[in-house]
Ligand binder design. Structure first.
Ligand code: WQD
Length: 322
């Protein structure tokens, strides 16, 4: 029984591929290599190059490899870009999901794990976000992830597919230096970039209603994200009728200022004072997961702390620049 990992040559996808393989699963990767790299894949994992939007390619891959389960990670994930290019995001993330699901149903795929996001919650006004917290996305990226969840649930019910949508919170770190995040669109790499340039890190607003005035997030190690996917895949295999939507976070809030402090200490850069700039539109003051349901449904909980996220991310950042 093989699993197809879409987007498996990317930052999060390659961590999931390594974790699934290490757990003894047969995996195949479908990736268009628009941002992913084949070098991220372990030996012996077949790579099919193509887009989930290409139904002929998808169907051929599902039949060629006798795929029984899919982990769908391929997609566009930059919030700001989704605001300026909504049509691109809805095509890639929603139409791509529809094409993939149609091919999955036609090929009798019976298990589907979907890469969703905390962005579906928008600006939740709660201390801890549970899966019952109302979803009110505030950008097209979050909308496309919520639409993907709805589509998956409807298809799972109509066609007897076991499904799990995993809502990632703020992902950071790397299992090995070679697998680090090559993008610079989130806090940790953005601060690395500033420090490397000898510039002060920027804090987008310090007047939020939080203990130190900066935004609070739930940072989770990418290795923990990957083990959550393995646990979900095993649960769908054991429980063919299951339908789950789960927060994947640590359940602990860390502020932007606290994170920057860890980054400055780990990188050993001179103790620079962050530069406070204006708030970034659309930033919620606090988004922190309750991860209780993932623990009860999957027996999963995050194992890595913020320092290990920053240390592993920095090691990877330096490797790529050495
Ligand atoms: C975190 C905090 C910034 C850079 C988004 C998506 C989410 C997920 C992660 C995919 C914010 C502040 C940042 C900087 C700063 N993506 N910041 N200075 O916006 O919480 O979440 O990316 O699933 O779904 O919504 O992540 O890393 O962009 O920002 O002060 O140089 O750090 O304002 O408060 P975000 P982020």
């Amino acid at each position: 029984m093989s699993w197809l990992i879409t987007g498996g040559a990317g930052y999060i996808g390659s961590h999931v591929v390594h974790a699934m393989k290490a757990a003894g699963e047969q995996v195949v990767v479908l990736d268009d290599l628009s941002t992913g790299r084949a070098e991220r894949l372990p030996e012996g994992v077949p790579l099919e190059i193509g887009s989930v939007l290409d139904s002929e390619v998808v169907s051929r891959v599902l039949h060629r490899h006798a795929i029984a389960g899919i982990v769908h990670i391929a997609g566009k994930k930059q919030v700001a870009e989704s605001v300026s290019r909504p049509l691109h995001y809805y095509r890639e993330n929603v139409e791509g999901m529809r094409v993939l699901l149609a091919a999955a149903v036609a090929a009798d795929v019976t298990r589907f794990v979907f890469s969703s996001s905390a962005a579906v919650y928008g600006m939740p006004d709660v201390d801890l976000v549970t899966e019952k917290t109302p979803c009110a996305p505030i950008n097209p990226y979050g909308e496309t992830k919520l639409a993907g969840e709805w589509l998956l649930t409807a298809v799972g019910r109509a066609h007897g597919m076991a499904t799990a949508s995993l809502r990632y919170f703020n992902v950071a770190g790397a299992a090995t230096p070679a697998l680090g995040d090559e993008g610079v669109s989130n806090l940790v790499p953005m601060v690395f970039q500033r420090l490397d340039a000898g510039e002060a890190p920027r804090v987008f607003g310090d007047d939020y209603p939080t203990p130190d005035g900066t935004c609070v997030r739930d940072f989770v190690h990418v290795t923990d994200i990957a083990t959550a996917h393995v646990a979900a895949a095993h649960r769908l295999t054991a429980d063919p009728g299951v339908e789950m939507t789960l927060n994947i976070g640590r359940g602990e809030g860390v502020s932007v200022a606290e994170m920057i402090d860890v980054i400055v200490r780990v990188t050993g850069k001179p103790n620079v004072r962050p530069r406070i700039s204006g708030r970034r539109p659309g930033d919620p003051a606090r988004v922190v997961a309750s991860a209780d349901l993932a623990h009860s449904e999957l027996g999963w909980e995050a194992q890595h702390d913020v320092r290990s996220m920053v240390e592993s991310a920095w090691e990877s950042w330096r490797l790529r620049r050495s």
